[in-house]
Design a protein around this ligand. Sequence first.
Ligand code: DAH
Length: 339
Amino acid sequence: MKEKILQIKNDAERELLDIKNLDELNYFRIKYVGKNGALTEIMKGMREVSKEERPAIGSLINDVKTYIENNIQKLELLFKDQELNKKLLNEKIDITEPGINNDLGLFHPIQKTFNKLIDACVEMGFEVVCGPEVELDKYNFEMLNVPKDHPARDMQDTFYITEDIVLRTHTSPVQARVMESRKPPIKIISPGRTYRVDNDATHSPVFHQIEGLVIDKNISLLDLKMMLSKLLQILFGDETKIRFRPSYFPFTEPSVEVDISCPNCKGEGCSLCKRTGWMEVMGAGIVNPKVLENCGIDSNIYSGFAFGQGIDRLTMVMNKIPDMRMLFENDIRFLDQVK
Ligand code: DAH
């Protein structure tokens, strides 16, 4: 019996050296001190031990059991500690690692140009008014002095939805809507999307304009020139000069094309301004009295000026963009570069 117990202790001692993890330790526990383990089996045999030997054998069994259990406890602590350390090491955060980059959205180059213009106009006291893109022929043409058979209709190649409904070809119909529904003084701008049947490097079927309208008593061409000078200087710099060239629009009389001294070469002549030193930026004029009357405004008391600026070409010039279609392809590598 004694030899058997010492043999068990020997075996256990040897096996303890090889235990590498909690699973193996558990297996060891079951093998020696579990319900059917080696030591438990030995204890069951105590009945056959003589009375004289019993105390000595009993105490030997207890010593071996304590020895085994103490070792199990020690190893258990060790392995649990090791496991925790491994977990901590795996979950360690490297605070020097670069962060995950979240790209922020930006305004589209066209919206940037709009924002600059709108900010400048609002600073000068203009109110911003918007109108529908699917527009009645009445507002887009007729009230602006372009009747159905008028040759001026050829100036704007139009998408017709029905005979009386169009995709607006310019932002000018907002003028008519405002004049029809309000009394002067009026001082508004109207930015927005416009449509014409056109598609090449300098024309897109969808493009953008900003319309301006001022109606009050005693408004003249001089007021228009002063106001546009100021506006274009805010946009292109204090030294910017403007000039008017005679033009024709059915809704203004007289009508002008407005040029600015080239912001790139300051009027010296460069490739951007085709060596002329000037750049055409908008159409403008004194509101035709016929348009005032069409909208119910007495042209004997009131007069006014209007202007219409294309945003797309302006954005191209300001950012030296060679092809208008680049603005609408939505290539973020390109859009990101436009300041
Ligand atoms: N609507 C014109 C166009 O798209 C531009 C324009 C010219 C607007 C003269 C005006 C204006 O308000 O007075 O070609």
